[in-house]
Design a protein around this ligand. Structure first.
Ligand SMILES: [Mg+2]
Length: 320
């Protein structure tokens, strides 16, 4: 096992040209090659990734045997590169999948060096190219905030919906993910517990509208207990996880659509602050007002109900 003290100081730097920070602070550029593209996909995924998904991304036209061989060869080259660069985070493999989860970082000494993996273009791999462009778009605008703030004092983030792809570069111990209990609704009470423990109001809950309604009465609890937190209800007017699965299978999703209730008004009814948000450009002023208020607040954030998330596009609509 690598020395945790040393590994803690190392990271894959995603902004600007891809590079690896060594323990002595030196940045080593990663070459623009297919093995590094493979590493980049794994570094974003972080969990076990099926070999088949990588084969489909990089060699969609090849037969299975050829694609398997290509993957093995490039995996070998990726390992050799990690050894050359003395990157002591192993690529884990088993018969079905791979995993590589190095520490990642955006920015050097508070400055973002450029767009995510800028200059990383490899020709002839259209699906990878599309995947990378999608990641760049997802990170656009978020990177500055990640490094602009004092990350040691970052707000706690909690998600009840699959938004992990937005959280790269954040301190893992500040992001709480509810995956242990397979039902909707538990993110809100969990966030209340985290907010009660922290006691400084620096907790952001990101939750769907349907899930939040499961325990909406707890707004009264946080009002009564004076617990400060910010709740962002991503409101698509339905149980989106079901709606998009139904649509992917050409079923009628009507029974999973309940309409957009006025959740901001519900929060105000419980004596908290509540804002309905239906357009861009308001977040900075709203956040300043929230921070100054010293109270719990709910943002009822209306989103399009027809656009599935990136993981859903991949898993349920067959996109890579
Ligand atoms: Mg919803």
């Amino acid at each position: 096992m690598p020395d945790p003290q040393v590994v803690d100081e190392m990271a894959l730097h995603l902004d600007g040209a891809l590079s690896w920070a060594r323990a002595d602070g030196d940045l080593r550029s990663l070459p623009v090659t297919l093995p590094v593209a493979l590493l980049l996909v794994l570094a974003r995924r972080r969990e076990w990734m099926p070999r088949s998904a990588l084969m489909t991304m990089f060699w969609p036209e090849a037969d299975a045997e050829r694609a398997q061989l290509n993957l093995r060869v490039n995996l070998h080259k990726a390992r050799a590169l990690l050894k050359d660069l003395r990157i002591d985070v192993p690529i884990e493999t088993d018969r079905r999948g791979l995993r590589w989860a190095p520490p990642v970082q955006v920015g050097v000494n508070g400055a973002v060096r450029g767009p995510l993996a800028s200059g990383f273009e490899i020709s002839g791999f259209e699906r990878f190219d599309r995947w990378l462009r999608g990641w760049r778009e997802a990170c656009d605008g978020a990177a500055g905030r990640v490094v602009a703030g004092d990350t040691d004092d970052e707000d706690d983030l909690l998600r009840g919906v699959p938004l992990s792809q937005r959280f790269y570069g954040r301190r893992a111990e500040n992001v709480h993910v509810i995956n242990d209990f397979g039902a909707i609704g538990s993110a809100f009470p969990t966030a209340i517990g985290i907010a009660a423990a922290r006691g400084d109001g620096k907790v952001l809950l990101i939750e769907g509208d349907g899930s939040l309604m499961m325990h909406i009465q707890e707004l009264e609890t946080i009002r009564r207990q004076g617990i400060r937190m910010l709740i962002c209800a991503v409101n698509d007017g339905g149980y989106g996880a079901e709606v998009h699965k139904f649509r992917a299978q050409n079923y009628d999703p009507t029974e999973s659509v309940h309409g957009r209730g006025d959740i901001a008004a519900i929060a105000r009814g419980f004596g908290l602050r509540g804002e309905k948000i239906t357009g861009l450009g308001r977040f900075e002023a709203l956040f300043d007002a929230h921070y100054a208020s010293g109270q719990a607040e709910l943002w009822d954030l209306h989103v399009d109900d027809k656009i599935p998330s990136a993981p859903y596009r991949r898993i349920h609509f067959g996109e890579v």
